[in-house]
Design a protein around this ligand. Sequence first.
Ligand code: C2E
Ligand code: MG
Ligand code: MG
Ligand code: MG
Length: 269
Amino acid sequence: RAKAEGRGRVEVFDTRLRRHARERLRTAAALERALSLGQLRLAFQPIVALADRTVIGHEALLRWDSPGGVMSAPADFIGVAEESALIVEIGAWTLMQACRESASAFGRAEDGPAVWVNLSPRQLAQPDLPTVVADALDASGLPPGRLRLELQERVLQGAPKTARANVAALRELGVGLVLDDFGTGYSSLRDLPVRAVKIDRSFVAALGTSPGDAAIVAAIVSLASALGIAAVAEGVEDEEQAAQLLALGCPYAQGYLFGAPGPRITSEP
Ligand code: C2E
Ligand code: MG
Ligand code: MG
Ligand code: MG
C-alpha cells in the first residue's frame, strides 16, 4: 500500500513537471513570436543625482505586450528566455533598441545621459557580444561612453574565458560596465548571526600589488567593525602583509607567518 502511494506521488510529480516544462516551452515559442512581431518594447526608468535630482541616465527594462493586452514583466519571461537561449537574440534587440531610443531622445553628444542596459550571463558568454554591441553603437550613432552595461556579480564566477575576453573587449570599445544588484552577497551578514568574517586569502595575497584589493579589505574591515563582527584575515604569510593588514585596521589574522597547521594545540607559534 505504501509502495502504491509512493508510486502515485511520483506520477503526480512527474505529470506536474511535464506540464511545467510544456508551459515553459509554450512561453518560449510565444516569446520568439513576440520578438519577430515587434511586440517587445523597452520601458525607461530615470537614474538621478540625489543632490539635485537631475537625470543622469535611464535603465532600459524589457516589456512584453502580449496579444491579450496583458503586459508581462521580465520576471515572468526572462528566465524562460535564458533557458531557451532566446535571451541572446532578445538581448541583441534590446541593445540596438536602447541605443537608438537614447540617441533619438537625447542626440549624439558625448555628454548626454547614458542608457543602462541589462546583460544576461548567457549574452556575456557569446564570443560575438562585442560585435553585437559595436553594431548597436554604429547603427544608432550613440557614443560608446553613453552606454552602460549591467552585469551580475556571478558572471565571472568560474571565470569562463569568453566572459573575461568580452569584458576586456567591451572596455576597449569604451562602454561603461555596471555591477547590478551589488551587495546581495552581503545579505548573509544580515540573515546569519555571525561572530566573525574571514577575509579570503586571495585579497591578502594581492595586498602589496593591488590597491583595489587593499580597498576591498578596508571596506570589509570597516563593515565588520560597524556590525560589531570580528574580521580575520586568512593566509598571512609575511610581515609586510601583517603590517598592511594592521594599517588597514584588521584586528585578527591567521597564516603561516603565525603558525602552520600542527599536530598539537599550543599557544607557541
Ligand atoms: P523589472 O522591470 O520587473 O525587471 C526585473 C529584472 O528583469 C531586472 O532587474 C533585470 O534583472 C531583468 N531584466 C529586465 N530587462 C532586461 C533585459 O533587457 N535583459 C535582461 N537580461 N534582463 C532584464 P534589475 O535590472 O535589477 O531592474 C530593476 C527592477 O526593479 C525593475 O524590475 C524595475 O522595474 C524595478 N524597480 C524600479 N524601481 C522600483 C521601486 O521603486 N520599487 C520596486 N519595488 N521596484 C522597482
Ligand atoms: Mg538592472
Ligand atoms: Mg538591479
Ligand atoms: Mg578559509
